[in-house]
Design a protein around this ligand. Structure first.
Ligand code: LMR
Length: 353
């Protein structure tokens, strides 16, 4: 057995995006419709990854059907789908090496990611309790919003269970990097957007997302008059999708690509491939090089380019100190917002509402 991966798809309660989960939504079929829409793209990408030999899907609805459908694809991964009944979480999580969590409700136009906290915080907390109990050594990749707060929530739950390894907990901010690559290429005319490496650091919402175009490799030639618009597009790219979907959710396809890209990098690093660096939101004091960045930013959780190795996060790269004056101003706003988001997540676990 090589590298089993677990994908814990959305465990959302209210597809409308408002209020508390309502049991009757199951009857209305709304819940299922949304869960189906958001869980499938990432599951499909993971199923066709040749590095994965077991894929377990866990959700409150639909997983047996989605797993059956995926299982007909002629790739090595063995797929199973679990529901909460019959010890589903235990069966899905036990033996997992990697757990990917995109669970939770999505935004509607006009909402911020922080508006999702009320429902998604509890969902992430409960899934992480399952991780702590059934696969405490797994690498945990958190996609669920608000990532700025759900990662600290996960860390606190794992700490409480005595199984926290900061090298193995990651907030997936890859979509911000993917968007920066795409939007910059649209301005510079580069043929293959993925060839330009752009660190996008900080957190994963609005002004806490800070693209460091000055650190692009190769150097991106961005005209001065395009810089503000480009920065705004990266910071609020998620809102573009939410608006275009007109209430039907947020990014699921580009997010699946980003989640998959990061999961694949982790698996490759764990399998011994060296030189892999990907930007991700981590608990800085627990990773080599992180203390210095935490001191400089005043934030214990921060997204920076991180070298990945067999143990997970090997080294955090301090690109913060390389920011130019324009980017330093963006960083000031980032620190302010991010500190509050982190504190909110920690409080949620320490003093439950
Ligand atoms: C995104 O960046 O697209 C996701 O975080 C979803 C969202 O709410 O914007």
């Amino acid at each position: 057995r090589q590298q089993p991966a677990i994908y814990a798809p959305p465990v959302q309660g209210d597809p409308s995006g408002y209020g508390q989960p309502q049991p009757q939504m199951f009857d209305q079929g709304l819940y299922g419709a949304y869960a189906l829409q958001s869980q499938q793209p990432l599951s499909l990408l993971l199923k066709i990854c040749p590095l994965i030999d077991e894929l377990s899907l866990y959700d409150v609805v639909n997983t047996p059907g989605v797993a059956m459908d995926l299982s007909h694809i002629s790739t090595p991964a063995k797929v199973t789908g679990f529901l909460p009944k019959d010890d589903g979480m235990k069966n899905a999580f036990t033996g997992a090496d990697v757990v990917v969590i995109p669970a939770g409700i999505p935004r509607k136009p006009g909402m911020t990611r922080d508006d999702l906290f009320k429902i998604n915080a509890g969902i992430v907390r409960d899934l992480i309790k399952g991780v702590a109990e059934h696969c405490p050594k797994a690498f945990v990749l958190i996609i669920s919003n608000p990532v700025n707060s759900t990662v600290p929530i996960a860390a606190e739950v794992l700490k409480g269970a005595g199984v926290f390894d900061p090298k193995k907990l990651f907030g997936v901010t890859t979509l911000d990097v993917v968007r920066a690559e795409t939007f910059v290429a649209a301005v510079t005319g580069a043929k293959d957007p993925s060839k330009c490496k752009i660190p996008v650091i900080g957190g994963h919402s609005g002004e806490t997302i800070v693209p460091l175009f000055s650190q692009s490799e190769p150097k991106a030639d961005i005209p001065e008059d395009k810089l503000n618009d480009l920065t705004y597009r990266v910071q609020f790219g998620g809102d573009e999708v939410v608006k275009a979907k007109e209430g039907a959710g947020s990014a699921t396809l580009s997010m699946a690509f980003a989640g998959y890209r990061f999961a694949e990098k982790i698996i490759k690093a764990v399998n011994g491939e060296s030189g892999i660096v990907e930007t991700t939101y981590i608990y800085l004091p627990g990773v080599e090089g992180g203390d210095e960045i935490a001191k400089e930013t005043g934030c214990d959780y921060f997204s920076v380019p991180v070298e990945l190795g067999p143990e997970g996060a090997k080294k955090a790269h301090n690109v913060v100190s390389l920011a130019n004056d324009y980017e330093k101003k963006l960083l000031e706003a980032c620190y302010k917002g991010l500190k509050g988001n982190i504190e909110k997540g920690i409080e949620f676990v320490k003093n439950p509402p």
